[in-house]
Design a protein around this ligand. Sequence first.
Ligand SMILES: Cc1ncc(COP(=O)(O)O)c(C=O)c1O
Ligand SMILES: Nc1c(O)cccc1C(=O)C[C@H](N)C(=O)O
Length: 393
Amino acid sequence: MTDLNERAAKADAEDPLAYLRAEFDLDPRVVYLDGNSLGAPPRRVAGRVEEVVREQWGRRLIRSWPELWWDAPERVGEKIAPLVGAAPGQVVVADSTSVDIFKVLVAAVRMAPGRREIVVDAATFPTDGYIAESVAELTGTELVPAVVDDLDDVLGERTAVALLNQVDYRTGRLYDMAAATAKVHAAGARVVWDLCHSAGVLPIELDALEVDLAVGCTYKFLNGGPGSPAFVYVPHRLQASFRNPLPGWGGHREPFAMAPSYEPAPGIARARAGTPDILSLTALDVALEVWDGLDLAAVRAKGLALTGFFMDCVDELLGKAIEVVTPRDEWRGHQVSLRHHQARELIGELTAREVIGDFRPPDVLRFGFAPLYNTYGDALRAARTLAEVVSAG
Ligand SMILES: Cc1ncc(COP(=O)(O)O)c(C=O)c1O
Ligand SMILES: Nc1c(O)cccc1C(=O)C[C@H](N)C(=O)O
């Protein structure tokens, strides 16, 4: 126990990113390990959102659309681009992840006439599977569930597109984006990556890996706030052939011409649909400032160290009383999932003790570690509290 205390204290004292925690408005009594579901608010967000309400909305009123707001989806997209390895002009922030998955899947099927199958990670977060099923029905294609390790078994000349997650939301496993992308490409198909659980916490190389399309949440590790809009990546090479199935005026070449027929904008703006959500975009825009000058390799190193230390604490304090589901090697994201038959009750007990993780059915306790604000002390307190509630039965 003393050893764990000393390790936590030393790691926190030597943490090169420790200064960032002060950027976040966190209750010091709470151990918050759910930033992989809803990121914590950076302190600077509240005042800036209030300013936008007071000045841009209150004083400039509708004049703010052309002056400041209409291009916000592309402007904020440019801030996300370096976090996912995308050159400028390829990322836009618009709509929810679910809606964006719909857009990119339909667009990918339309790019592959004659190919009649959509491959989907069978263990995916439900929304991806639901949307893919609907896209299959609407486009007259077939849905093919796949185990990501056995992609070769399902990929072939019938595959139009494969929808994959970089990090599995339940187990925390990190998939090899380079290898899976290469496999999908070898079958002549396109790949869509869901980056919800990886964006902002580990280096991602969309351009270098020639990824076809990608989407991701902004309210998790990117801290954009509840319901902040998702991002979509469409590389330059596919933009001309990207046909948005939700061709709203937001993606029109000249939205304010109010033309009777749809003509897509020439670049990434064609992935937009309707009016942008300015207050949420403002919160996200400000939240992203915390990454200015940050090295994602350092963020990743801390995420691995935090999750590794938490697993050590669990091993030492809980032993065989609980099963660690998340990979112990570096093929993990920034969460640790534990399996226990009373997972739901245990999460309830932890929450009552101000340790916040989450429960995922049927039996998983999930703890997300946000390298920008979590500490090694958080990891130790969470494991110690868990050991107490488990031993109390
Ligand atoms: C992998 C994954 N995709 C998509 C979503 C969410 O989609 P939406 O933002 O539309 O609720 C989540 C989490 O909610 C997720 O974990
Ligand atoms: N998007 C969420 C929401 O609106 C409410 C509660 C949770 C969420 C989540 O993000 C869940 C998350 N994607 C997960 O990995 O379980």
